[in-house]
Design a binder for this molecule. Structure first.
Ligand SMILES: *[C@@H]1O[C@H](CO)[C@@H](O)[C@H](O)[C@H]1NC(C)=O
Ligand SMILES: *[C@@H]1O[C@H](CO)[C@@H](O)[C@H](O)[C@H]1NC(C)=O
Ligand SMILES: *[C@@H]1O[C@H](CO)[C@@H](O)[C@H](O)[C@H]1NC(C)=O
Ligand SMILES: *[C@@H]1O[C@H](CO)[C@@H](O)[C@H](O)[C@H]1NC(C)=O
Ligand SMILES: *[C@@H]1O[C@H](CO)[C@@H](O)[C@H](O)[C@H]1NC(C)=O
Length: 577
C-alpha cells in the first residue's frame, strides 16, 4: 500500500470507529443508565423553558411571573419586605427573572437567547430607579446574576456571544455595586438591610438587619472587585464580614438579627436556616473562590460550633448564642441546603443522613413544607407553603456528584415528578400555598429558574462542570475558581494530582466537587471511603451520634489532617492543630 492509501485507510477506519462511537453514544443505543439521565435532563430542560417562555410572554420586562393569572409582579422591591412597607410609587421592574435566567441559559447552551438577553439588558436596564430594595436579595439575585453571566460570556469556550460582547453586563454590575456602597456607611461597617437605588439610605431607615444580610455579600462583591479592579466592593463586604465575626459569642455562635448602628445583637437565637444560612455557606465558598486562610479559619470554627450546639442526630435545631441551649426545634425548608455545604467540606456521611430525613419529609407531603415543628411532630400553623425552593434539589445534586450513588438520581426524579404534578400550570410553575391541600399561589419566584431548574438539570447532566471548577453562589449562579483570584492557594490544593493547579487554558477533568474530596494519591491520606467522612462525622450506627475516640473521626478531606474526638463527643480538627 502506498502511503497515500494507508492514509485513506486510516481515515476510513477512523470514520468507522467514530460512526460506531456516535452510534453507541446516540440515544438509540445508550446504556439504560445514560438513557435515563438523558431523558431526565430533557424533562428538566422542558420545565425551565415552560417557566421561562411564560415569563417572557406574560411578565417580561417586569420582575416575576404570576402563572395563574398570566400577569406580572414588580417584586424586586418586595423581596424580604414582609409587611410591604415603603413600596415605590413608580417602578416597572428590572427584568429580574431574565437576569436570574442568564446563567441557566448558559448551562443549557442557549446562545441565541443569552445573546438576545444581553442586548436587551444593556440597552434597557437601569438602576437609576426610585425603589427601596433589600441589599441581600438584590446582591444575590441581580449582582450575582450579572457578574456570573459576565464571566460566562467572556469565557470563549462557552461561545455564548458571537464577538458582540462588550462587557455590558459588567458595566451594569458595577453601576449596581456603586449604588450598594452607601449602605455600608455606618459606624460599624455593617450595611443597612435596605437601600433606595436612586437616593441611597432613606431617612429613618430601620437599623435592624440579619446575619445573612451582613455576611453573604463577599462572593458577589469580591468578584466584582476582581473584575473591575475597584477594591471598594470587596473591602466593604470584607469589613462587614469581619465585624460580624467579631460579634460571635465565646461559643463561636452568632445570633440571627442585629443593629447596624450599635453592632448589638437583637435576636440571640440562631440555627442554620432563615437569616443565617448563607453566612456559613459564604465563609466556605469565599475560601474556595479567593483562597484566603482567614475565611477557612472562620468557617471551621463556625462549622464546628454548629455541629456541637445545633445538631441533634440528622436534625438541626436552634440555640441561644450565649449559652448554647436549644431554643426552637424546627425543621425548615431552607435548612435543606446544609447537606450540600457538608459535601463541599467532605462530610458525606453527615450530609447523607440529613438529606435522607429531608427526603422522608418530602415524600410525606409531596414537597417540603416551609416549617415543621419537630417537638410537636406537626406543621407550623402558618408556614405550610412551598415556594418552589431549590435547597433540597441542590443537596441532592452535590451528594450525587460526590458519591455517584444512583439513588440520588431517583430522589431527583421524584422531585421532578412532584413539581410537574403539583405545581405546573398552563402559565408556568406556581408556588404551593398549603402543602396539605396543594392549593397554589400566583407566584413563580425567579429562583425557580436560577436554582431549582439548574440544580435538577446539573444532577442529570453535569457536562457544564467538566472543564472548569465552579462554586455556586447562594442563588445558584456559578463563579469559576481561578488561581489568579487566589491571594495564596490554600495548602490543601498544592497537590500534584489535583487538576486545580494546571494552567487555566488547559482542559481539566476535575469538577468543582472533586476538589473537595481527598485525592487518591495523597500522602498521609487513608485511601478508603472513610476519608470522605469529615469534620464532625459520627458513625451512623451510634445512637447518640457522638464519637468515643479518635478512630471514629477519620480524616478531614479539605486539609487531609486526622481529626480527633473532643470531650463533648464530636469529631474535629481543633484538637489536633
Ligand atoms: C411605568 O410604566 C407606566 C405605564 O407604562 C409609565 O406611565 C411610567 O412612566 C413608568 N414608570 C417608570 C419609572 O418608568
Ligand atoms: C433558546 O430559547 C428560546 C426561547 O425559549 C427557544 O425558542 C429556543 O429554541 C432555545 N434554543 C435552544 C437551542 O434551545
Ligand atoms: C429595549 O426596549 C425597547 C422597548 O421595549 C425595545 O423596543 C428594544 O428593542 C429594546 N432593546 C433591545 C436591544 O432589545
Ligand atoms: C423621621 O423621624 C422623625 C422623628 O420621629 C420625624 O419627625 C420625621 O418626619 C421622619 N421622617 C420621615 C421621612 O419619615
Ligand atoms: C447513605 O445512608 C444510607 C442509609 O443509612 C446508606 O445505605 C448509604 O450507603 C449512605 N450513602 C452514603 C454515600 O454514605
Amino acid at each position: 500500500m502506498s502511503p497515500g492509501n494507508r492514509g485513506t485507510w486510516a481515515l476510513i477506519f477512523l470514520l468507522i470507529i467514530s460512526t460506531l462511537y456516535i452510534e453507541k453514544t446516540s440515544s438509540s443505543s445508550l446504556d439504560p443508565f445514560a438513557a435515563k439521565k438523558k431523558r431526565m435532563s430533557d424533562k428538566v430542560r422542558r420545565m425551565f423553558y415552560h417557566a421561562y417562555d411564560n415569563y417572557m410572554t406574560y411578565a417580561f420586562p417586569h420582575d416575576e411571573l404570576k402563572p395563574l393569572t398570566k400577569s406580572y409582579t414588580d417584586s424586586l422591591s418586595e423581596l424580604g419586605n414582609l409587611n410591604l412597607e415603603h413600596l415605590p410609587q413608580e417602578y416597572n421592574g428590572s427584568a429580574l427573572t431574565l437576569i436570574e435566567s442568564l446563567s441557566s441559559l448558559a448551562i443549557l447552551g442557549n446562545h441565541t437567547e443569552f445573546e438576545k438577553a444581553v442586548l436587551w439588558l444593556s440597552e434597557n436596564l437601569t438602576f437609576d430607579v426610585d425603589a427601596r430594595i433589600n441589599l441581600f436579595e438584590c446582591n444575590i439575585r441581580v449582582l450575582g446574576g450579572l457578574v456570573s453571566a459576565h464571566i460566562l460570556a467572556t469565557d470563549s469556550t462557552n461561545r455564548l456571544t458571537k464577538g458582540m460582547y462588550r462587557n455590558q453586563l459588567l458595566v451594569l454590575a458595577e453601576e449596581l455595586g456603586q449604588r450598594f456602597l452607601p449602605a455600608f456607611d455606618t459606624p460599624t461597617g455593617l450595611p443597612y438591610a435596605w437601600i433606595n437605588l436612586k437616593h441611597g439610605v432613606m431617612e429613618n431607615e430601620t437599623t435592624e438587619t440579619s446575619t445573612s444580610g451582613c455576611g453573604s455579600l463577599i462572593l458577589e462583591m469580591g468578584a466584582l472587585s476582581h473584575l473591575t479592579g475597584d477594591p471598594r466592593f470587596e473591602s466593604a463586604a470584607l469589613r462587614a464580614l469581619r465585624k460580624l465575626w467579631s460579634m460571635r459569642s465565646s461559643l463561636n455562635l452568632l445570633g440571627t438579627t442585629l443593629d447596624v448602628e450599635t453592632g448589638e445583637w437583637i435576636e440571640y437565637s440562631s440555627g442554620i436556616g432563615a437569616g443565617v444560612d448563607s453566612f456559613y455557606e459564604y465563609l466556605l465558598k469565599a475560601h474556595l473562590l479567593f483562597g484566603r486562610e482567614e475565611f477557612w479559619r472562620m468557617f471551621q470554627s463556625a462549622y464546628v460550633a454548629v455541629q456541637k450546639y445545633f445538631r441533634h442526630g440528622p436534625w438541626y435545631h436552634e440555640a441561644d448564642m450565649r449559652t448554647g441551649r436549644a431554643t426552637y426545634w424546627q425543621l425548615t425548608s431552607l435548612q435543606a441546603f446544609w447537606p450540600g455545604l457538608q459535601v463541599l467540606v467532605g462530610d458525606i456521611a453527615a450530609a447523607n443522613s440529613s438529606h435522607r430525613e429531608f427526603f422522608y419529609v418530602w415524600q410525606k407531603f409531596g414537597v417540603l413544607p416551609e416549617r415543621y415543628l419537630l417537638d410537636h411532630q406537626m406543621l407550623h400553623p402558618t408556614e405550610k407553603y412551598y415556594p418552589l425552593r431549590p435547597e433540597f434539589a441542590e443537596s441532592t445534586f452535590y451528594l450525587y456528584q460526590a458519591t455517584k450513588d444512583p439513588w440520588y438520581l431517583e430522589v431527583g426524579e421524584s422531585i421532578v415528578d412532584s413539581l410537574n404534578l403539583h405545581t405546573r400550570v398552563e402559565g408556568g410553575f406556581a408556588s404551593v400555598r398549603d402543602v396539605t391541600t396543594m392549593e397554589l399561589e400566583d407566584h413563580q419566584h425567579s429562583f425557580f429558574l436560577a436554582e431549582t431548574c439548574k440544580y435538577l438539570y446539573l444532577l442529570f447532566d453535569d457536562s457544564f462542570l467538566v472543564n472548569q471548577n465552579y462554586i455556586f453562589t447562594t442563588e445558584g449562579h456559578p463563579l469559576p475558581i481561578k488561581s489568579s483570584w487566589h491571594e495564596r492557594l490554600p495548602e490543601a490544593y498544592y497537590i500534584p494530582t489535583m487538576t486545580y493547579l494546571q494552567s487555566e487554558d488547559q482542559p481539566r477533568r476535575a469538577s468543582a466537587m472533586s476538589l473537595r474530596i481527598c485525592p487518591a494519591a495523597m500522602p498521609n491520606c487513608i485511601n478508603n471511603h472513610h476519608t470522605l467522612e469529615s469534620v464532625c462525622h459520627i458513625p451512623d450506627a451510634r445512637v447518640d451520634h457522638r464519637c468515643l475516640n479518635d478512630e471514629d473521626c477519620g480524616v478531614d478531606s479539605t486539609s487531609c489532617r486526622r481529626r480527633s474526638c473532643s470531650m463533648a463527643g464530636y469529631c474535629g480538627l481543633w484538637l489536633s492543630i
